[in-house]
Design a binder for this molecule. Structure first.
Ligand code: PLP
Length: 360
């Protein structure tokens, strides 16, 4: 595969995940400009990328730190020499806690907690490995997934962390995942600010009670605009803005779609054509993907190995290529073993997607 470097897309077999580096650069610059205007730390979510080569590409362009959802993603980052990593999730059970403690001996790790027994188990695991880990309390600001209630329950957990040897209490995470795709921008802003109010009030409570809070982090691509200027928040943690997808792009058009699946037309009829990339290559959990640059094409079926594209004037022939933009970029990256990084239609890199297909 290395031999395709410098060649055009014609040299690639399909289906193939393609990353347009010019679009990645533009998306990153758009966000970095915002972070410069209203200084706030940026952490990029690796669960959207899953590819060490892409993470290193971003570090070369100014991204200093990453977060992730799973231990395996943190391990990939550390293996790539990225040593400031936040696992923005609960890591539970002795096997995973041993893995986490081992990783903490190699990197500056942070992790979320929302349970007192997990705090005790985490403390014991890092002490056994003779290391330490930074800890944030996950605060539920409306998503109703993980997290403790804002206010007193967060204070109580923060105090426990602060007195547990091996744990460094760093602060709070409040992620508003339930708002990211809310179509009504005013409503998204209103609910987001309401969540931030609870999060920052909790910060103030802890500080008033003598528990210093250095980090207050949250936001995704759909809410970073509101969170990044909110007084008392120190960090934003979006991921989708890098590669984007057609679902997010409808809401956040300032970030363009960098990820596509290059596909070959394998069958044609007057009213439709069929490509070789089905649901095993393109996630359909957020709905049907779209064909890049062909607004009159409509994908109505995505079976395992086939995509059917309706258009009574499609003009396609068997063997033609089309690029399909997924509706959910993160889930699509999880389906591929490698991606091809492209600039101006020429292959610049072939990167393994080390964390794809892994859930541990
Ligand atoms: C905890 C957490 N933070 C940040 C994000 C990033 O969100 P987005 O991909 O919308 O930028 C996610 C996404 O699932 C998340 O779970």
């Amino acid at each position: 595969m290395e031999s395709v470097i410098g060649q055009s897309l014609e040299a690639l077999d399909t289906p193939q995940a393609i990353i347009d580096l010019d679009v990645v650069d533009a998306n990153l610059n758009t966000l970095l400009d915002k972070c410069r205007k209203h200084p706030i730390d940026l952490r990029v979510h690796f669960k959207s990328l899953k590819c060490g080569g892409l993470a290193r590409y971003l570090t070369a362009r100014g991204v200093q730190s990453f977060l992730c959802a799973k231990l395996n993603e943190a391990e990939v980052l550390v293996d790539h020499g990225i040593l400031d990593v936040f696992i923005a999730n609960q890591i539970v059970g002795p096997i995973k806690l041993r893995r986490l403690a081992e990783l903490a001996t190699r990197a500056k790790l942070r992790v979320c907690v929302d349970d007192r027994n997990n705090v005790a188990a985490l403390g014991a695991a890092v002490l056994a490995a003779q290391t330490s880990v930074g800890v944030l309390v996950e605060v539920d600001i409306g998503m109703a997934r993980c997290g403790v209630e804002p206010g007193e329950p967060t204070l109580e957990l923060g105090r426990q962390i602060a007195r547990t040897p091996g744990l460094r209490f760093l602060g709070l995470q409040g992620y508003d995942g339930h708002l990211q795709m809310l179509q009504d921008v005013d409503e998204r802003r209103r609910l987001c600010l309401k969540g931030m109010e609870q999060l920052v009030a909790t910060r103030r409570l802890l500080e008033a009670e003598g528990v210093p809070v250095d980090v207050v982090t949250g936001a995704g691509t759909g809410t970073l605009e509101f969170v990044s200027t909110y007084e008392g928040v120190t960090e934003i943690q979006p991921g989708s803005f890098v590669l984007m997808d057609s679902a997010y792009n409808c809401l956040q058009p300032e970030y363009r779609c960098a990820l596509s699946i290059l596909s070959t037309v394998i069958s044609c009829r007057p009213e439709w054509y069929v490509t070789d990339a089905g649901s095993k290559a393109i996630s359909k959990d957020f709905g049907m993907p779209v064909v890049q640059g062909r607004p009159h094409d409509q994908i109505d079926r995505l079976s395992e190995e086939h995509t059917r594209v309706l258009n009574a004037r499609h003009g396609k022939c068997v063997g033609d290529r089309v690029a399909i933009i997924p509706t959910h970029g993160c889930a699509t990256m999880n389906l591929h073993r490698q991606c091809v990084a492209v600039r101006n239609g020429r292959v610049e890199g072939v990167w393994p997607i080390e964390a794809s297909g892994r859930y541990d």
